[in-house]
Design a binder for this molecule. Sequence first.
Ligand code: M6R
Length: 609
Amino acid sequence: MCGIVGYVGKRDSADVLVDALKKLEYRGYDSAGIAVFEDNKIKVAKSKGKLKDLIQKMDTEGKPQGTAGIGHTRWATHGEPSDINSHPHSGAKVTLVHNGIIENYKELKDFLVKQGRDFLSDTDTEVVAQLLDYYYAKIKEPISAIIETTQELRGSFALGIVFEDYPNTVYAVRRESPLIVGIGQGENFIASDVPAIIKYTKDYYLLEHDEIAVLSPNGVEVFDSHSQPIEKELKTADWDVDAVGKCGYPHYMIKEINEQPTAIRNTVTPRIKDGMPCLEECNITPEMLRGIRNIFIVACGTAMHSGMVGKYVIEELARTAVTVDIASEFRYRNPIIGEGDLIIIVSQSGETADSLAAMRLAKEKGAKTLAIVNAMGSTIAREADMLIYTHAGPEISVASTKAYMVQLSVMYLFAFELAYAKGQIDEDKLKYYTSKLLETSERVADVIAQTTELSQKISTKLVTADSLLYIGRGLDYALSMEGSLKLKEISYIHSESYAAGELKHGTISLITPEMPVIAVATQSALFEKTVSNIKEVKARGAKVIMICQEGCDISPDIANYVLRVPAFEEILLPMLVCVPLQLIAYYTSVQRGNDVDQPRNLAKSVTVE
Ligand code: M6R
């Protein structure tokens, strides 16, 4: 989704803004622009396309010169990607950039047209710029004009604003959409996310709803929605510049796949006490766990797939019913939930609009909410009743890998503790499972080392396929869903995941020699049954890639390729097996020459419905 940056200081602001926007490229965008104070006038440069197109345009038409400004990468919602629709947008004295959606922009536009105002673009953002300009013309004071304007807006917004009458000052305000204020030495910043500014400062404020920040090179003031100054708590990012660089890897995705062992260690180890999971610092107590009636895991995309694995594990170990819901469905299906129910919201970004709305709905209905979130200080993290942070560090590639891995690790920690609290497993079993979970970090490192070459080879066989099928049963089916999503989002090859036992009820008619099948068969209890399903597709000409444990006896006629992962505690195998699935998707995308880290049409953080 859109990215916002802003700078005031002594440096060349166009350079800083473009550099910071590069760090937000992962969010996905289709145009970019900046506005800079040049000789006390606001000069705008903007262009459809990528940042390189903007840079090229500034090379030919002139780069705005100055030491304060705002910048934006746009992911089109209102109006096609074009130079005109790109941000910044301006009124007579006001220029701004916007992330979010203004739901009542049409009625505001009608009002402004009646006031004689002209519009150049199709965007909701230009309506905000004109409305702010309208109030500023009346009030002649920025903060009051911002308050008047935001009171009229419905929807979500983070705004970076400059007023021509206030050179070298940047204003910012937010509601729902994320925005931070970076605090430097003689320079200050705004940004949608920490990676944009980490090169310059690790210190920042989290702006709350309707708070207004005023940035000058010498300091930052923050006001509430009644113009009253407020004190903000200074936060410090606990990772460094390397965390947001590629560090020699060709893509963020492969870097992040390789970071998984560390991410697991960072997430699991601090939650173990005396060999057992301890989530008390997350407000999760044995008493609370014993009181849970039903569990709903609600999320989107990959995060939802981690919930699918969680469902199998929690139901198997804790014998507690779990429903997994897609957040955009959950929020509109009037779910039957209430006191005694636990809603687990899983989100890497902590800002996904549907997941956030689902969580708020669950709270309204009296259920308890537990968030499993990676991004520190994000909205979902702040609003949940209970919170488990995953410590994957910043995930830049749009295709989620290490965040999924640590979401799985938290699902296990939670399932083990719940099973123990409910008396379904004893202390010895709990300690055994916990020790195995701790071991996964090393085993995942082994799997990366052992499966990279074969995954790369297998991807050469998939690169020309039009469509693929992923099949499995139980936990392997839950995992297949993620394998399939990973492949399609970055390789653009259609694929579906299917419960292996369900194939013969319709989908098997699709099988031809042209449709490769990736069969995941790691669970002993279901192994023979999955092998029978594999034989069914093989008999119809499918090329089969099978993923199983080392030591499995597989006759040569069953699969064209067999990818083996180390034999391990079976319930934990999803954490190992997801690695070759990620690698296959990655190498297929690379071979197809795709933009691996920023696949077409996708955004990292989906802050609109
Ligand atoms: O930030 P979230 O975890 O809430 O995001 C949810 C999905 O948008 C995300 O997992 C998406 O499916 C990824 N692109 C998958 O790789």
